[in-house]
Design a protein around this ligand. Sequence first.
Ligand SMILES: NC(=O)c1ccc[n+]([C@@H]2O[C@H](COP(=O)([O-])OP(=O)(O)OC[C@H]3O[C@@H](n4cnc5c(N)ncnc54)[C@H](OP(=O)(O)O)[C@@H]3O)[C@@H](O)[C@H]2O)c1
Length: 287
Amino acid sequence: MTASCDIRGTTRLVGVIGDPVAHSRSPAMHNAAFRALGLDWCYVPLHVAPHSLEAALRGLVALGFVGANVTIPHKERAATLCDELTPAAEAVGAVNTLAVQEARLAGDNTDVGGLLLTLAEARVELERQEALVLGAGGSARAAVYALAQSGAQVTVANRTLARAEALVRSLQGRVRGRLVAIPLADRPALEASLQRATLLVNTTSVGMEPGPDESPLPVDLPLPPELTVLDLVYAPRQTRLLREAAARGCRTIEGLRVLVYQGALSFECWTGRAAPVEVMMSAAAEA
Ligand SMILES: NC(=O)c1ccc[n+]([C@@H]2O[C@H](COP(=O)([O-])OP(=O)(O)OC[C@H]3O[C@@H](n4cnc5c(N)ncnc54)[C@H](OP(=O)(O)O)[C@@H]3O)[C@@H](O)[C@H]2O)c1
């Protein structure tokens, strides 16, 4: 189902800047939220190629947009084009939310807060806990920052070790928790980390469509039943990793929840209103 909105001269505009952008669930999620609260707002997908990013961001200001989300592949470069950044966006080096404030562009990273709200909702303790994060790409940076800044000790396991080491180097000293990098293929190191960890977060793209039967971890790797497993992949919602973890008695959390909470925080930043989270959840699940 596509989200439609009744656009008038008074309608306030927000959108999502990406390349590609047609697959994004954010328009359905935000437009459902605007309708639920009776707000004269509309959220539009904005397909912007990398060479046009700077002009597009200036265009947001010129056209009177309230703000925008930024998605792949623009999050890092957009951070360098903002007039100001929140501490989270600055530390992560990427923005996913822009707000136009008196002709200036303010950048935030609500992937950080979205992850933390999801874990808080599930009552996952982070202070002085051990977490294992799989992956060292864009979403891993936000996840590692969120966990370590909340006091967790974080092991980052990535297929390309150099990328995990670079992530650890760039955040070390800026976050409260200790960070360690290991290769994803190092089974003894993974097993040792899993024995200590209370939280496992998959930020790799392994398991997403069109490969829903793949798992980022060897399926015979023992997962302690005390472990909570969060998979950022949200298509499919029940990934192979989550299915394997549930079968071993672990608590599992779907990535769709993180997607909705990062959107809810963007919504609140633009509108100043509490986001209708369950409306957004249904729209994102249906989209
Ligand atoms: N739920 C949410 O709100 C949310 C938010 C953002 C992203 N996501 C999801 O998170 C996933 C990653 O996004 P991203 O932006 O971080 O992507 P990215 O920057 O491209 O990073 C991809 C990561 O996956 C690893 N990887 C890819 N193929 C692999 C394989 N075959 N085996 C092992 N590792 C592999 C990469 O390892 P190398 O470094 O070795 O290449 C890298 O660590 C996507 O599925 C995305 O949809 C969800």
